[in-house]
Design a protein around this ligand. Structure first.
Ligand SMILES: Cc1cc2nc3c(=O)[nH]c(=O)nc-3n(C[C@H](O)[C@H](O)[C@H](O)COP(=O)(O)OP(=O)(O)OC[C@H]3O[C@@H](n4cnc5c(N)ncnc54)[C@H](O)[C@@H]3O)c2cc1C
Length: 460
């Protein structure tokens, strides 16, 4: 979104002018034995594992798992906020299990190593005339990390990424190598697609990949009320539709992305400098949310939106995110989305004048993976961010989570939440079946850490 410091300055000037106007008041490896500390991307989770292991092939992977005695947690790209990865046992990275391992163009099936990053998947598929089924906001995640937490993009007819898994190879606690798909070990397949690293370690995936296509991206601004009223219809009419609500502006930054036959145009790279702009405005006009609202509304009238463009999906759907934030995201039944969003915005704007990071609103199709946040229901996905430097995340997240709970929200496994088994049980109908299969595969609890135990209601 092209909002720059120039815009901040302009907005401040506009606010000052508004302030002067009558009626407006501004009164207010291989296994390594050295203990090397680990941190997640956001710097919000850390641990010092006793061992680190980066096995090279499936035999070495199986033997590391079989011979290890303490806990084993896999790490992908470390982009989860929740404490899924930390362990004081073995931290296992599959970064050597990477790249395209084979493909069948006729069947549109492609096999990738589980440690392959999403940003390597798109280009590799493009070379073979194929594309990924959908992509999230960023593409730094490993395939395994993204699938393990139910990572998704936006699109009412597009399920989360794990729905494009056709089959996968899992190495169990006993070192057995097991293949599963819809027709082979089908229950294991239902449990393993989204499994929080707790069933075993996944070595590779075979994915269904559509033929390569181009997409056209279009941007506009719209009032929050209006976009919430017609959002579902927009989501039905477009392949991808989503918006960001800019706090205290009543305005949403909206975009659609649709298949097209038009030729590729020059891409306007998006960045998230808008967040810094919002922060500058918040800091400068901290004395009055009224002044900020006036400034933001005026600013929105002057914003240069990026022009429409055409590109292949992997160059369009994911962008770079550099702002240090905490993120809470819940998936809600489709029909509950607008009301929940209105309540969240109302709560934040009434109680948190310091809040400034845009809220994200997306749509995701349902699927049938047992631990999927989208199991059996089309969903709206609402994300609330807190700036990491200086903001206490839970002084906003506590109430926001209560609102999401009221609407039977399911927390994103990789983002901030404090749901435990008791909370999860009421919204994940297959959680006990997942626990059962997990217990059979890993009776000693090798693939657990304290966080995952808490999610599954298991004793330490
Ligand atoms: C800036 C940013 C933007 C994001 N945008 C989105 C978005 O648009 N949509 C969305 O849904 N999410 C989004 N996320 C969340 C992110 O997609 C998830 O947290 C994802 O899990 C991160 O992938 P990773 O490779 O970093 O996995 P990690 O965080 O390293 O690990 C996640 C889980 O995967 C398990 N795991 C890793 N490898 C294996 C393996 N080989 N076998 C078994 N288990 C394994 C780990 O044990 C852990 O439980 C975003 C996160 C960030 C930081």
């Amino acid at each position: 979104m092209t909002l720059t410091r120039r815009h901040t300055l302009k907005a401040i000037l506009l606010a000052s002018a508004a302030a002067a106007a009558p009626g407006i008041s501004l009164a207010n490896t291989s296994a390594s034995r050295r203990a090397i500390p680990w941190k997640n991307w956001a710097g919000t989770q850390s641990c010092t594992p006793a061992f680190r292991s980066t096995p090279k092939g499936i035999n070495e992977l199986a033997s590391v798992i079989k011979s290890s005695t303490g806990s084993i947690r896999a790490v992908g790209s470390g982009h989860s906020w929740s404490p899924l990865v930390p362990t004081d046992g073995t931290l296992l990275s599959l970064r050597r299990f990477k790249g395209m391992l084979g493909y069948d163009k006729e069947k549109n099936l492609v096999k990738f190593g589980a440690g392959t990053k999403l940003n390597k998947v798109g280009p590799a598929l493009e070379e073979q005339g194929m594309a990924m089924c959908n992509l999230p906001d960023i593409d730094e995640q490993s395939l395994a990390g993204a699938f393990a937490t139910g990572t998704h993009g936006t699109g009412l007819e597009l399920p989360a990424l794990h729905d494009c898994i056709e089959s996968l190879t899992l190495v169990t606690a006993g070192g057995d190598v097991v293949e599963c798909s819809r027709t082979q070990n089908a229950e294991l397949f239902d449990a393993a697609r989204v499994s929080l690293g707790s069933l075993g370690i996944i070595a590779d995936y075979t994915l269904k990949t559509p033929d390569l296509f181009r997409v056209e991206r279009k941007y506009w601004l719209e009032d929050l009320d209006s976009i919430l009223d017609r959002g579902e219809q927009l989501a039905r009419d477009h392949r991808h539709f989503e918006f960001f609500y800019i706090p205290f502006s009543d305005t949403s930054y909206c975009f659609t992305t649709d298949k097209t036959n038009k030729p590729i145009t020059e891409v306007q790279p998006e960045d998230d400098s808008v967040v810094e702009t919002m922060k500058n405005l918040r800091d400068t006009l901290s004395f009055s949310t009224t002044a900020r609202r006036v400034a933001l509304k005026a600013l929105m009238k002057t914003v240069d939106l990026p022009p429409d463009y055409v590109e292949v999906p992997w160059k369009t759907l994911s962008t770079e995110r550099t702002t240090p934030v905490y993120e809470m995201e819940y998936q809600l039944p489709l029909e509950a989305g607008p009301q929940a969003m209105r309540e969240v915005v109302d709560y934040i704007e009434t109680n948190h004048p310091e809040f400034f990071v845009p809220l994200e609103y997306r749509y995701v199709d349902g699927d049938d993976a047992w631990m999927s946040e989208f199991y059996g229901r089309k969903s709206v996905s609402i994300s609330v961010h807190r700036y990491r430097e200086g903001d206490d995340p839970w002084n906003v997240f506590t109430k926001v989570q209560e609102i999401f709970r009221k609407y039977e929200g399911r927390p994103h496994w990789g983002k901030v939440h404090n749901y435990t088994y008791q909370d999860l049980k009421s919204v994940y109908p297959k959680i006990d079946e997942f626990k059962k299969i997990r217990q059979e595969l890993d009776p000693e609890g090798k693939f657990l850490n304290d966080h995952v135990r808490g999610l599954l209601g298991l004793e330490a």
